[in-house]
Design a protein around this ligand. Structure first.
Ligand SMILES: Cc1cc2nc3c(=O)[nH]c(=O)nc-3n(C[C@H](O)[C@H](O)[C@H](O)COP(=O)(O)OP(=O)(O)OC[C@H]3O[C@@H](n4cnc5c(N)ncnc54)[C@H](O)[C@@H]3O)c2cc1C
Length: 445
């Protein structure tokens, strides 16, 4: 392989380190640009590469979960980060949790020792003007580079995202209580699912919401709330009826079982075309996860609901990938530049790593004169990418992997069987995809 210029990767976080290792191990020289130790993001606490800024968990390893399946596929594709996580594992049930310091140290050592990777320390304030580039600067991309990316992609395409509402699984919603209707019959008349509350149920929910424990905000997160996107518990603090005039407004939504508008309503918006996942409208929140489970299950019809994604709030810089990137994560307007990791609109350690893995594999195949087909949407890797390259729309938001992103099975199965069936189907499709790979699968370091 002869390249006049090395590949420049900006950001030595999870996606950037994964991509650098994948490329260099295939004989492709890499310049890995990292702002540490000169600068840190407000969430970082160490000078190591691949720092886990919050939880120490790569979440479940159980392949009955979408994230477990994603990890299985990444391991099959030879992920460095997953290998390092497994080396630094700490006991945590079926979760892949790690000793974060050992983990970051192991990745840093491996990257520093890898021939073909030149680590360049210091903030990148411009995009390199020649050679292939992968931007993997994550949710807290430095302001100056974010400005450059904004200018390159069109200002309106650089999103600062603050809040995430929970997503629940369709089959776990109690349809004996919940009813389909759009306010005043707009749209198709039944676009939303509605969880009706009477006065007493609302009061119980309201009291629990106000008293629930919240994740403490760090200094840099405090001023970041937009008035139009306040956490539900902050809205509730403004008065007992604020929610009934806001996201829980019941008017124009008569309950077909009573013929009357309820006292308050929680609306669920379809999260995917198949209708297997629903978003709790206006329920962006900073409550602790166990508190979300406890409080949101007080909503009539959601007593036994399964959460595909919990609500959360933090700063997040990401681009509108569906309109800006092609299927190989290349910028449509300048295919020399690729994006990887959380900045593309995936969410979480595992997903960001998977994005770095795939982006580098596409580039490696291209530099070797071939091309790599996208993973099929039935695989976890493919399901994740179909979100990034999907219709998007103006509400495009970062996503964890969950089964709602997979094409529906088209079978009526019980929950456990359904999850197992997603896994089996994904394995068949992954095996067929790997067979067609133009690349070698790498052994662990
Ligand atoms: C506050 C917070 C808490 C989070 N908690 C969790 C959690 O508990 N679990 C979870 O799964 N996910 C969590 N996430 C999401 C998590 O950060 C990402 O999923 C993951 O780290 C993103 O990986 P990445 O490689 O895309 O970016 P990062 O891991 O953030 O790596 C980006 C790298 O780019 C560097 N960089 C930025 N700008 C520049 C520049 N201009 N020049 C050079 N280098 C630059 C940064 O220093 C960093 O090392 C959290 C995110 C935030 C912001």
């Amino acid at each position: 392989m002869s390249l006049s210029r090395p590949v420049s990767i900006i950001g030595a976080g999870l996606a950037g380190c994964e991509a650098a290792w994948q490329l260099s191990r295939r004989g492709i020289p890499v310049r890995l640009l990292e702002q540490k130790p000169e600068r840190r993001t407000p969430a970082q606490n160490s000078d190591q590469l691949a720092e886990l800024v919050c939880s120490n968990s790569f979440r479940s390893s159980n392949t009955m979960n979408a994230v477990g399946l994603l990890k299985e596929e990444m391991a099959a594709a030879g992920s460095l980060i997953l290998w390092a996580a497994t080396q630094c594992r700490v006991p945590a049930g079926d979760a892949l949790a790690v000793d974060r310091d050992r983990f970051a140290a192991l990745v840093t050592e491996t990257i520093r020792a890898q021939p073909g990777i030149t680590l360049v320390e210091g903030e990148a304030t411009e995009l390199p003007d020649d050679g292939p580039v992968i931007v993997a600067t994550g949710p807290l991309t430095s302001d100056r580079l974010a400005e450059r990316i904004g200018a390159l992609t069109g200002e309106s395409s650089l999103y600062f995202y603050d809040s995430i509402a929970p997503i629940v699984e369709d089959e776990s919603i109690d349809r004996e209580i919940v009813y389909a209707a759009s306010r005043y019959g707009k749209g198709d008349g039944d676009d939303y699912l509605n969880c009706p509350m009477d006065r007493e149920q609302y009061q119980v929910f309201y009291d629990a919401l106000c008293a629930a424990e919240r994740v403490p905000l760090r200094e840099f997160e405090k001023p970041r709330y937009f008035e139009g996107c306040l956490p539900i518990e902050i809205m509730a603090e403004r008065g007992v009826d604020t929610l009934r005039y806001g996201p829980m407004k019941p008017v124009g939504l008569p309950n077909p079982r009573t013929g009357k508008d309820p006292y308050a309503v929680v609306q669920l918006r379809r999260e995917n075309v198949a209708g297997t996942a629903w978003n709790l409208v206006g329920f962006q929140t900073k409550l602790k996860y166990p508190e979300q489970l406890r409080v949101f299950r007080l909503v009539p019809g959601l007593e036994s609901v399964s959460f595909l994604r919990m609500g959360s709030i933090h700063r997040n810089t990401f681009i509108h990938s569906p309109s800006l990137l092609d299927a190989n994560n290349r910028l449509r307007s300048d295919p020399r530049i690729r994006f990887a990791g959380q900045i593309t609109g995936v969410e979480g350690y595992v997903e960001s790593t998977a994005s770095g893995l795939l982006t580098s594999l596409y580039l490696a195949a291209e530099l070797q004169g071939s091309s790599l087909a996208s993973p099929p949407p039935e695989t976890a890797l493919g399901a994740m990418m179909s979100h990034v390259h999907g219709p998007g729309g103006k509400d495009y938001q970062p996503h964890n992997i969950h089964f709602g992103l997979f094409p529906p099975l088209g079978l009526k199965l019980r929950k456990r069987e359904r999850k197992a069936a997603y896994g089996e189907r994904a394995r068949d499709h992954l095996a067929a995809w790997l067979e067609r790979w133009p690349l070698e699968v790498l052994a662990s370091p």
